[in-house]
Design a protein around this ligand. Structure first.
Ligand code: ZN
Length: 251
């Protein structure tokens, strides 16, 4: 787990994806995403170090989306800390088993991509969620930004007061599994159910983005400097890529 800033809280340094612990100005503590099951011991250790030790210490676990590297410890966190687990209503239908999960196609990327897709297909998360959020302003100063298409209910969570963007897998701050090298990139096609839709909404948000001082992505390092300039560059670089994707999908 590495410290980001006093304001932001901290992130779990685990293998699969970032887990962010955010403490707001009222002392409420939110976990954003929950990592893979085999990272549970590391998650428990880092939470303990951060003072999250017993039932009631977490206000809520917010999931950016249902993929296993973000949601596999959610049921455990819910049990252990007696905190509600929330996600977008679209993803809740899949997590709760009301909608069948389409397997991720194989052969779209390299060997590692296929291995991860196989893992997801074998161990996709099924659990009850306690509540759902819809797109738009939500409680606790969060705004739910829909970026559907990575999963059916993938979202970014923007915290208005602290100007943190929890971008999940819609804006990656680095190429997994590397955490030290900063490189902003959009959702990976290999793991997304509708990449065009996800990229469109991500770029749309970035084009008219509210001030973002901190970027806390699902993968890669914490970005806390020059975030707006970097998001601007991200927009320029990926707008042209979006047209290429549109072309290749439409052909
Ligand atoms: Zn994902």
């Amino acid at each position: 787990m590495f410290k980001c800033s006093r304001e932001l809280g901290l992130a779990a340094l685990v293998i699969g994806s970032n887990i962010w612990l955010y403490t707001d100005s009222c002392g409420r503590r939110f976990l954003i995403d929950s990592g893979l099951a085999f990272e549970r011991a590391a998650l428990r250790y880092h939470l303990w170090k951060a003072g999250v030790r017993r039932r009631g210490d977490l206000t809520a676990l917010l999931l950016t989306h249902r993929h296993s590297d973000h949601a596999q410890n959610a049921a455990w966190v819910r049990r252990e800390f007696d905190c509600p687990v929330l996600c977008h209503e679209n993803d809740a239908a899949y997590l709760c088993g009301n909608m069948p999960v389409d397997p991720m196609p194989l052969g779209r990327g390299n060997f590692i991509d296929d291995t991860c897709a196989r893992y997801e297909n074998r161990f996709f998360v099924q659990m009850n969620v306690d509540d759902t959020f819809s797109s738009g302003p939500w409680k606790y100063d969060f705004v739910v930004v829909p970026v559907f298409g990575h999963t059916e209910g993938s979202v970014m969570l923007y915290h208005e007061k602290s100007r943190i963007l929890f971008s999940g897998d819609a804006i990656l701050a680095g190429i997994p599994p590397f955490r030290q090298i900063e490189q902003l990139s959009p959702a990976r096609m290999e793991y997304s159910c509708d990449i065009k839709s996800c990229w469109c909404s991500t770029l749309e948000f970035v084009a008219s983005a509210p001030p973002v001082l901190h970027l806390a992505s699902g993968h890669g390092p914490y970005v806390g400097q020059d975030v707006m300039r970097k998001l601007g560059r991200f927009h320029i670089e990926n707008s042209s890529r979006l047209f290429q994707v549109k072309d290749s999908i439409e052909k």
